[in-house]
Design a protein around this ligand. Sequence first.
Ligand SMILES: Cc1cc2nc3c(=O)[nH]c(=O)nc-3n(C[C@H](O)[C@H](O)[C@H](O)COP(=O)(O)OP(=O)(O)OC[C@H]3O[C@@H](n4cnc5c(N)ncnc54)[C@H](O)[C@@H]3O)c2cc1C
Length: 408
Amino acid sequence: MDLKSGSVYWPETLREAPVYSSVKEDIECDVVIIGAGVSGACTAYELRNTGFDVVLVEKRTVAAGSSSANTGLLQFANDQLLHEAIRSFGKRPAVDHYWRCYDAIRYLQNDIVPSLPIDPDLVMRSSLFFASSEEDIGKIQTEYAALKEAGFDVDYVEREEMKKWVPFSRPAAIIAKGDAEVNPFKLTHGLVRAAAEEGVRVFEQTEVSLKKADEAGVVLRTETGHLLKAKKAIFAQGYETQETVKDPNAVVESSYAIITNPVEDLSFWKDGVMIWESNRPYYYARTTADRRIVIGGLDEPASEGSARDRKMPAKTEKLIGEAEAWFPSLKGKIRAEYSWSGSFAHTQDGQPIIGQYSHVPNSLFLLGYGGNGVVYSLFLSRLIARFLMGKRDAAFSFYSKERVYEPK
Ligand SMILES: Cc1cc2nc3c(=O)[nH]c(=O)nc-3n(C[C@H](O)[C@H](O)[C@H](O)COP(=O)(O)OP(=O)(O)OC[C@H]3O[C@@H](n4cnc5c(N)ncnc54)[C@H](O)[C@@H]3O)c2cc1C
């Protein structure tokens, strides 16, 4: 799959990224993780020091897939709003899911980041979620009530109050406290490095395919003919999983993002609040450590390769136009220094998936699909690690692919 095209920014921020060799011999281990994006990186991190002999194998290089196309907004609120999730799954499961997202950001801040050998530029932020039009005021109010009742630290703001945060205004918005922004490329490399330093064997430039999975374990074959034998396999192949084990709940689309030149004065943007809106598809924006503006959106049915590339100039112009509409003082002063498009998957029922398929025994598929992909990877990988250690969590079943979802 053509995961991304155009010019991405994050690899520029870590020019001396760690490098790992390819597989050059047959290997045996307890657990093999396929894919070194943020999902595989989190899983390797969680499995370090557990007593398992773990191998992480990547066909490109670490974080070269969707994890470098990522815009790095870490939010507990999902594309499926809390009141919508309550309607779909019931109050308890939906609220628990939102708290799991919230707690994952705190786990990253308090436990993971201090342990990483590479600083992922994590900055705690609030998010501003605004009504795109008068018609959505009711939606914002219902969502605010649901979040408040669930115990989240949120404020409801109207037109005038919103102007204290950003230089544009809409009829209603929610300020949600407890989110964060991160550099996803550095985060993924930091997690992999931390895992490697604690014994996880990491290989890049090694594409594997499934040769056999049965009750004895899993055998993978590299393109060069070496065999990887493991008792368990964790498939963390991102959106490319859909090329081999298609899940009817998964939908792959295309998404677009740009990063501008550094902006000298961002004082009009209070506390660098992360911005998104009620429209679907929505625009969203954040700032970077070097005072650039990241703006993304324009999700649409999937296209790949040259078809998607041809759309880039118009999409870039549209994103710059939206940034200038939000921040009028920047009109004519910002340009897209980086501009890319990427495959982007979500699920039809709004929740990420831990897949187990009867024709691939001893294997788990980590599908952190959705706009909160990184947050999902953070907690799904913990659930998977606990599962491998024989611990059964109720949450594990909530994310299992057999949950109530039925294809329409
Ligand atoms: C434009 C855009 C913006 C986004 N913004 C955000 C955001 O702000 N916040 C957020 O949380 N999420 C965001 N996401 C989603 C986020 O990027 C994904 O959820 C996340 O990167 C998925 O990570 P992953 O590890 O599952 O997949 P990937 O990063 O794609 O990693 C999978 C890896 O598996 C490897 N692989 C595949 N097949 C094989 C094989 N056979 N052998 C060996 N290796 C293999 C691939 O090379 C790849 O490196 C965004 C996505 C896009 C496209």
